[in-house]
Design a protein around this ligand. Structure first.
Ligand code: GLC
Length: 608
């Protein structure tokens, strides 16, 4: 047997029993299972040599992504570089930013006027023509590989666009294709579903079903009406979608972001979220990946309450996703900005720090989506805060309604029934940079930049992979142009999905500009993070009681060094007493007994 065959065979043998068992339990059709196995082998056979070599290297070092040397950025190809070739042209800028993990937002074919930012995929094998071709994507991935940058791509597996070939054939009446979705002759079953299934977009796309008048049927559409939910109870759907996943892997994509993964299994009488079979499917996907392309990582998009998130890591014996978003921490940071009270954040961090160290989270402040206020309301309730009133407070604070509030931004899916609304805006606008510019107020600007850097400092102190939202490195502000575009006007998430302004990058070298201060402020911390072992995920992290609810202290203990991060979430200056002597990591100053912090100031300190 050739060496490559042996490698495949060993991987296959490792997983085949469990894979077959799960598959049969779910589908019980041998023929489809055989087809899946044959296709997996074909994907392996056609996988490029360079990718196979990378698989071997990563297999030999399965923790390759767990160090503190990865720095991510996420972006829309069009907004950043115009198209894929444009992104390739700007790789030097990404290098300057220190980026070695690049998440490109969905870029496969999607109808222009009904795209949900690319999350309504009409063809998984074709790039949106305005962004380029599959060849361009491969060429970008290969260039990135040479330069040590991993590429992450969205795999939108919960639904397809209504323009996908399957959807078109289903609409044309072909039963075989209708069976790949959830089709109903009338509203009987859909209305039963509606009793237990919450809504994702209660205002912009109410309900979970859509009436198709031309064929007089109802189709399940959890997200927008033009995004038809796929039926994973059908083995053809599972197999075909696995082939699309492997196709992405073979293009040279390193990280597959499984979009909206909690939603992929539906059952009447349930919330249709996080059902056990979702885990079966993700587990199978993990094994398929480990057999064909073990160098790739699965990143689960699980925007759910904390107890629902962690199960997506699976167990050590039966792992599912390699990485998950630290979504509750993200929402809780912004909660802390508004309340100036670190107690909830401390609680949240304590629970994250108690999780097994091998769990890898992606840490972020902002992304392309809204911020949903998924907080620990039991704890908030214990401190006398009511959920509805508290959400209202947060939204009022961040839209800038309060006199002392510096944030700018807009609400998202403001639901008059539940009085629930989410929030949209860029980091810089939420930190007060937009307001300071409007008011031409230097003092406010200093404070806003300090807050912006402090939040990034907090993010960079955490274990896991920090991901910067493109534009944040130069303090990009909210962009209101979307309001003029009829397709986007209703979807306020576009306020933080604006065109990347290259003029801002020209100001990076100019001393004293917002861009100079933020860009180099971040770079300095990112470099320190990469240099010191105390940032590795092996270090132990814990929160420290700083005797003041507006001050957060986080201690990391590594093998040879200890690092203390102190963050002042108050708009007043503070003094913090210290038990030991610490050296500032950012400016080499030493502190013996006391530390003075300006409003929204922070320190990163070290002790050997
Ligand atoms: C994910 C995406 C979001 C999209 C949704 C539907 O949550 O992040 O932007 O609207 O999935 O695909």
């Amino acid at each position: 047997m050739k060496k490559e065959e042996e490698i495949y065979e060993a991987r296959f043998q490792k997983h085949i029993d469990e894979l077959k068992w799960l598959y049969m339990e779910l589908y019980d059709v041998q023929e489809h299972f055989d087809e899946l196995c044959a296709s997996m082998k074909q994907f392996y056979d056609t996988r490029k040599k360079v990718l196979k070599a990378s698989d071997l290297t990563r297999e030999a070092d399965p923790d390759w992504y767990k160090g503190s040397d990865i720095l991510g950025m996420m972006m829309y190809t069009k907004m950043f570089g115009g198209n894929l070739k444009g992104v390739k042209k700007h790789l030097d800028y990404l290098k300057e930013c220190g980026i070695n993990y690049l998440h490109l937002m969905p870029l496969m074919e999607s109808p222009k006027d009904r795209s949900d930012g690319g999350y309504a995929v009409a063809d998984f094998r074709k790039v949106q023509p305005e962004l380029g071709t599959v060849r361009d994507l491969e060429s970008l991935a290969s260039e990135c590989r040479k330069q040590g940058i991993s590429i992450c791509l969205d795999f939108v597996m919960n639904h397809t666009s209504e323009d996908h070939e399957w959807a078109k054939r289903a609409r044309a009446g072909e039963k075989e294709y209708q069976d790949r979705y959830f089709f109903y002759d009338n509203w009987d079953i859909p209305s039963q579903f509606e009793k237990t299934v919450p809504q994702v977009f209660p205002t912009t796309a109410p309900g979970n079903f859509t009436w198709l008048p031309e064929i007089e049927k109802v189709v399940m559409t959890t997200f927008y009406p033009y995004q038809w939910d796929l039926n994973y109870a059908n083995p053809v759907v599972f197999n075909e979608m696995m082939y699309n996943f492997l196709y992405f892997a073979n293009l040279g994509i390193d990280i597959i972001r499984i979009d909206a993964v909690p939603y992929i299994w539906k059952e009447l009488g349930t919330s249709c979220r996080n059902l056990q079979k979702v885990h079966t499917i993700v587990r199978m996907m993990r094994m398929i990946g480990e057999i064909v392309c073990p160098g790739i990582l699965l990143l689960g998009e699980v925007v759910m309450e904390p107890e629902k998130v962690v199960p997506y890591f699976g167990t050590p014996e039966k792992p599912e996703c390699h990485m998950l978003y630290n979504v509750t921490t993200m929402a809780t940071i912004w909660n802390t900005v508004a309340t100036k009270d670190t107690r909830l954040l401390e609680k949240q961090l304590d629970s994250v720090y108690h999780l097994p160290g091998e769990y890898t989270f992606l840490n972020y402040l902002r992304c392309h989506d809204d911020i949903g206020w998924g907080l620990d309301y039991d704890s908030l309730g214990g401190w006398g805060m009511d959920q509805v009133a508290h959400k209202q407070f947060l939204n009022d604070f961040f839209t800038g309604k309060y006199k002392e509030s510096f944030s700018r931004g807009v609400l998202y899916n403001d639901d008059p029934v539940s009085r629930d609304a989410r929030f949209c805006g860029t980091t810089a606008s939420m930190c007060g940079i937009e307001e300071a510019l409007e008011k031409q107020d230097e003092g406010k600007m200093d404070q806003a930049i300090r807050l912006d850097l402090m939040l990034h400092g907090f993010m960079l102190q955490q274990s896991g992979i920090p991901v910067i939202y493109s534009g944040d490195e130069v303090g990009a502000l909210n962009d209101n142009h979307y309001k003029e575009d009829p397709e986007k006007a209703e979807d306020s998430r576009y306020i933080h999905r604006g065109q990347f302004d290259w003029k801002l990058t020209e100001k990076i070298p100019q001393e004293g500009t917002v861009q100079n201060r933020i860009f180099y402020g971040l770079r300095r911390m990112e470099e320190i993070r990469m240099e010191h072992e105390v940032f590795s995920s092996d270090a132990l992290a814990r929160t420290m009681d700083m005797e003041d609810d507006s001050i957060l202290g986080i201690l990391r203990t590594g093998e040879t060094e200890e690092m203390l991060g102190v963050y002042n979430f108050s708009d007043a200056p503070k003094k913090v007493s210290l038990q030991e002597t610490w050296t500032d990591l950012l400016n080499d100053e030493t502190y013996d007994t006391e530390l003075s912090l300006k409003p929204y100031d922070f320190r990163w300190m070290i002790r050997k």
